[in-house]
Design a protein around this ligand. Sequence first.
Ligand SMILES: Nc1nc2c(c(=O)[nH]1)N[C@H]1C(S)=C(S)[C@@H](COP(=O)(O)O)O[C@H]1N2
Ligand SMILES: [Mo]
Length: 289
Amino acid sequence: MSADRTTPRAVYLNRRQFVGAALGSLALGSRSMLAQGGEDLAVTPYKLASSYNNYYEFSQNKEAIKVLAQALTVNPWRVSISGAVENPGDYAVDELLSNLPVVSRIYRFRCVEGWSMVVPWQGVQLKDVLARAKPLPGAGFVSFTSIDRPSEMIGQRRSMMPWPYVEALRLDEAMHSLTLLATGMYDRPLPKQNGAPLRLVVPWKYGYKSIKAIAGIHISVDEPSTTWSDLAPSEYGFFGNVNPALAHPRWSQRREVRLGEVKKRPTLMFNGYEAEVQHLYSAKDITRF
Ligand SMILES: Nc1nc2c(c(=O)[nH]1)N[C@H]1C(S)=C(S)[C@@H](COP(=O)(O)O)O[C@H]1N2
Ligand SMILES: [Mo]
């Protein structure tokens, strides 16, 4: 076992302590912000969505990330497209997205740790970027690599997990019209702590799939390995589909707490996007984390 394989356990255990403590203080300290009436898509206050983050390249402390992440230079920013495509290339991020329709979508966002939020995102559909890249016949997966820049990302100077962070989707999931590459939220440029300048948003999957600060997009025939599913396959599977019936080994997934709220609410199958995405999965797929 490598050093990288022995440390993450502590990381997972910490996730639980942090979420408990931080949600407690948020809930007590922000009564005026409580979304009343239980409206399922009541937008989470910007202040909460931009100050309670997961971004291990900076810290495991959710409140510290918004401060530490300001060290990241996000302009200029380049994104490479490689692998099984007709049009590979290396682009400035604006060039990559130029002339693609900008969409604005209000989505539920659910972290496997049991907290959730509702965020208005702006960005482009990933399928539009992939259409330009033209996946070759036989291509089946898309993986995303976050920026690897320990000089600006203090958490990357520790080997708590293997860097850079990598996530991936099956090509059909990537081509789904709900899947976004976000460049903004709340009609503002994406804050650095939320993944500027470019992050993935896959609303029916747990938050760890929605990788931040994307520097590389790679199309492959075979299933790629991904950071969390390599570290702990039983806890953070490749699918990562939100499923209240499928318990995570350490956290029941039946309920969740919206940031700013106190009372837990039931977690919805596919995070409420069942009608849109269930056709992508077989009965066996949804028994896998
Ligand atoms: N590069 C990178 N992307 C990441 C993470 C990370 O640590 N590094 N954390 C993931 C997890 S676990 C969650 S819940 C979301 C959190 O997004 P937010 O901070 O915008 O709420 O980012 C995801 N994307
Ligand atoms: Mo998460």
